[in-house]
Design a protein around this ligand. Structure first.
Ligand SMILES: Cc1cc2nc3c(=O)[nH]c(=O)nc-3n(C[C@H](O)[C@H](O)[C@H](O)COP(=O)(O)O)c2cc1C
Length: 412
């Protein structure tokens, strides 16, 4: 990692958690990678670890008091040129303050001024992290664009076992590097991504759908565009904000998704199908709302929706084809069959069902299958980080003999 963050200015916020001492290790990694790190501590953090340690190791004074640096407006200037704000460890208290925008200490005040990416690394007792309040605060911050590096499962300071331990220094470091490194290895690539669920209408108010949130596809789009690709995202209904610089094409049904992808397929150099396309639809969609006193739900006849990946695979000329499979059991077996039947270059298999289901979660762990290679397991990580890991693997796929770079195509 030497030099990978050189020239970067990072503000490291340290709060009053028992894990505060681990921020020292993180500071070492960041400075070894070339970053200039300015530490901001809460009053509680100072009760756990002396500012002197951070001052010596960072080579900069530690800031903790809003009023101490009032002449140079420290409460604003510290983050003015920051490339990144990392809060590690982040207590339940500071998590709540950041979500609410409270500015009753220096860290909270600075957090309201930052223009740069923000990484928040919660550390707390398992019950505190599982509390709906903490989860809601984390979600609010995610929606605002912060990256939450989730705490790990393990033994906690209380002696209990649970999710609450500060993520490892390495995990925080790699998230920081991923956000700060300006990679351009996808430049010149045109990436067509499908995301989210599809909805198949029964009547104008009811439909058949699934629990896909679209998060994985949106993360893939965000990562690909950040690495220089042109990206078109064809998405079923989700609650997610469109990633910047991505052309978003909203669709509802599987048929609409097929049409939207088909017309853009020739343009693409890579197709990434993360969408959870419904396999069935009502044979007949009623034009008027079915009244419950006139219909008891019997006789709803379903038919298969088009198999989008199969259809596009049959039309492939030069594109890389990457599929996603959501399985409840026999992940590798079912995945291998899909990889082979649909002639894919790569298949990402994730598990659905249970608490760690790929659907709706902000993290995911997957198996990557590719023809002629053994299944490769990627451990649980934030979907945005997973997106970068998958993009690395997609780029390293062997080139299809028929795959050529199309010189110029306007974005469809
Ligand atoms: C020994 C000890 C360990 C603590 N560890 C944590 C912790 O890991 N996470 C947490 O959210 N709060 C922890 N707390 C509680 C916080 O220190 C407390 O909520 C404080 O107000 C946090 O202030 P800050 O967010 O401004 O740093 C701990 C308290 C004590 C006394």
């Amino acid at each position: 990692m030497n030099g990978v963050l050189s020239g970067k200015r990072i503000v490291l916020g340290v709060t009053g958690s028992i894990a505060a001492y681990k921020a020292v290790g993180l500071l070492r990694l960041l400075t070894q990678a070339g970053a200039s790190v300015h530490v901001v501590m809460t009053d509680s953090a100072i009760r756990f670890i002396a500012p002197l340690t951070f001052e010596v190791l960072s080579g900069h004074p530690v800031a903790s008091d809003v009023f101490a640096g009032h002449q140079e407006m420290k409460h604003l200037s510290l983050t003015e040129q920051a490339d990144l704000l990392v809060v590690a460890p982040c207590t339940a208290n500071t998590l709540a303050k950041l979500a609410l925008g409270l500015a009753d200490n220096l860290l909270g005040t600075l957090a309201l001024t930052v223009q740069c990416p923000v990484i928040i690394c919660p550390a707390m007792d398992g019950e505190m992290w599982a509390h709906p309040a903490a989860q809601a605060h984390a979600q609010t911050l995610r929606h605002r664009g912060a990256v939450i590096v989730e705490p790990e499962v393990g033994s906690l300071a209380s002696g209990e076992w649970g999710q609450g331990r500060l993520a490892t220094e390495e995990a925080i470091m790699s998230t920081a590097v991923g956000l700060l490194q300006c990679r351009t290895d996808w430049q010149g690539e045109r990436v067509l991504i499908s995301a989210g669920p599809t909805q198949e209408p029964i009547d104008p108010v009811r439909f058949i759908s699934n629990g896909s949130s679209g998060k994985m596809g949106f993360a893939m789009a965000e990562a690909a565009v950040a690495r220089g690709a042109e990206v078109v995202l064809v998405t079923g209904p989700t609650h997610l904000a469109a990633p910047k610089k991505v052309t978003v094409v909203p669709v509802v049904t599987a048929e609409e998704m097929l049409q939207a992808l088909t017309v853009r397929f020739e343009w693409a150099t890579t197709l990434i199908m993360t969408a959870a396309v419904g396999d069935f639809r009502p044979k007949q969609a009623h034009a008027h709302k079915l009244k419950k006193d006139q219909w008891n739900g019997e006789g709803l006849v379903l038919e298969r929706t088009p198999d989008i990946l199969m259809a596009l695979s049959a039309q492939r000329t030069h594109q890389r084809l990457v599929g996603f499979a959501a399985e409840t059991d026999h992940l590798i077996e079912h995945g291998q069959a899909k990889l082979t039947n649909k002639h894919l270059d790569m298949l990402v298999v994730n598990q659905i069902g249970g608490e760690q289901s790929a659907f709706g979660n902000d993290t995911n762990e997957v198996y990557v299958l590719a023809p002629g290679s053994a299944p490769h397991q990627i451990p649980r990580m934030p979907k945005r980080q997973l997106a970068d890991t998958l993009l690395d693997r997609i780029l390293s796929l062997p080139v299809q003999p028929s795959r050529q770079k199309v010189v110029s195509f306007p974005t469809p």
